[in-house]
Design a protein around this ligand. Structure first.
Ligand code: SAM
Ligand code: DTB
Ligand code: SF4
Length: 355
């Protein structure tokens, strides 16, 4: 075990963009209680510890992606049984966004399985952004690589966040994706930042990486010119048919360590407990909240795989005294409402993990 990290340094309130791998390693490997205490202390300096932000995802264009990301059920390089779908119609997306709002989400994230958007598709997405925003929701899209002009068009449409993950360390990246480079990803993030859109960028753990790669991912995120405003930490959802379909499951304590480390080095960012919650019990999720996670993907579906039911999340929030950030309803009202409404709203969807 590394030496405990000096809390005076951690408590300085300074936002740093020069973290060394050694420092990140020392933070990650502290005795668990010291790590959680440091993360919770820092969390309280910048956030209400009893509030969690809720984002609902929708896959607006599913499958047949030309990229070869080894984790992804939507890559056209692998057979996961997922059928290719066209870009959804604007009205359909707006209906889903309205439902997400009624369920208590404050941000609506639209994902497309593209390498980068074509001009005519981007025009449709711009309209989606405008209309979803007019419902009073924050908007986020993830469409693959963007050039500066595309980022500007999204900014002009009023987009709040762009999600583009680094996924892993620069070293391990080559084992995971060959069809685009780490540099391509950093360039897209630069274009997004320059256009004045909030950056949402994080990664995945549990892909067979070494702990060094986790430190490397955190270092890349934390040493950007500005910390991403939102940092999704995903646990791999292993999907049969992808090269990572059979990878060994991640230990939940390692996941909590990753959340706590992200919280400590990026004190003002929203750290999102992201994919993989279906495989976590409520105690693990609770530890993540204690470690400074203050955002979740909310609603029964991620992009193509399952996520906990909204009702289960609201029940846990209620047990923990957590309030969904910015939602007009309290978690108590949402629990009651969801118990009545959800069976009506629920619909069957293709879950790539159940193929
Ligand atoms: N095609 C766009 C792109 O890659 O930029 C946007 C959609 S892509 C599905 C968004 C992110 O979801 C990926 O960067 C990856 O971090 C995450 N993701 C995809 N499949 C996953 C899986 N099986 N488990 C965990 N996270 C996953
Ligand atoms: C992110 O970091 N995780 C989300 C979102 N950004 C787009 C996607 C998770 C996808 C999990 C696999 C699936 O449902 O297809
Ligand atoms: Fe395509 Fe995105 Fe999946 Fe990679 S992660 S295969 S780019 S949808």
């Amino acid at each position: 075990m590394s030496k405990p990290v000096n809390l005076d340094i951690l408590n300085s309130g300074q936002i740093r963009n020069d973290w060394s791998l050694g420092e990140i390693e020392a933070i990650y490997n502290q005795p668990f209680n010291d790590l959680l205490f440091a993360a919770q202390t820092i969390h309280r300096q910048h956030f209400n510890p009893n509030q969690v932000q809720t984002s609902t995802l929708l896959s607006i264009k599913t499958g047949a992606c030309p990229e070869d990301c080894a984790y992804c059920p939507q890559s056209g390089h692998y057979n996961t049984g997922l059928s290719k779908e066209q870009l959804m119609a604007v009205e359909e997306v707006v209906t889903k966004a309205q439902q997400a709002k009624e369920t208590g989400a404050t941000r609506f994230c639209m994902g497309a399985a593209w390498r980068s958007p074509r001009e005519k598709d981007l025009a449709v997405v711009l309209e989606m952004v405008k209309q979803v925003k007019s419902l009073g929701l924050e908007t986020c899209v993830t469409l693959g690589m963007l050039d500066d002009d595309q980022a500007q068009q999204l900014a002009d449409a009023g987009l709040d966040y762009y999600n583009h993950n680094l996924d892993t360390s620069p070293e391990y990246y080559q084992q995971i994706i060959t069809t685009r480079t780490y540099e391509n990803r950093l360039d897209t993030l630069q274009n997004v930042r320059d256009a004045g859109i909030n950056v949402c960028s994080g990664g995945i753990i549990g892909m067979g990486e070494q702990t060094q790669d986790r430190y490397g991912l955190i270092q890349q995120l934390a040493n950007m010119p500005e910390h991403p405003q939102s940092v999704p930490i995903n646990m791999l959802v292993a999907v049969e048919g992808t090269p990572l379909g059979e990878v060994e499951k991640l230990d939940s304590i390692d996941f909590v360590r990753m959340i706590a480390t992200a919280r400590i080095v990026m004190p003002k960012s929203y750290i999102r407990l992201s994919a993989g919650r279906e495989d976590m019990n409520k105690e693990t999720q609770t530890l993540c909240y204690t470690a400074g996670a203050n955002s979740i993907f909310y609603g029964e579906k991620l992009l193509t795989t399952a996520n906990p039911e909204a009702e289960a999340d609201m029940k846990l929030f209620k047990q923990l005294g957590i309030k969904p950030e910015g939602s007009e309803a309290t978690q108590e009202e949402l629990v009651q409402e969801l118990a009545q409404e959800l069976p009506k709203k629920k619909e069957m969807f293709y879950d790539a993990t159940q193929a």
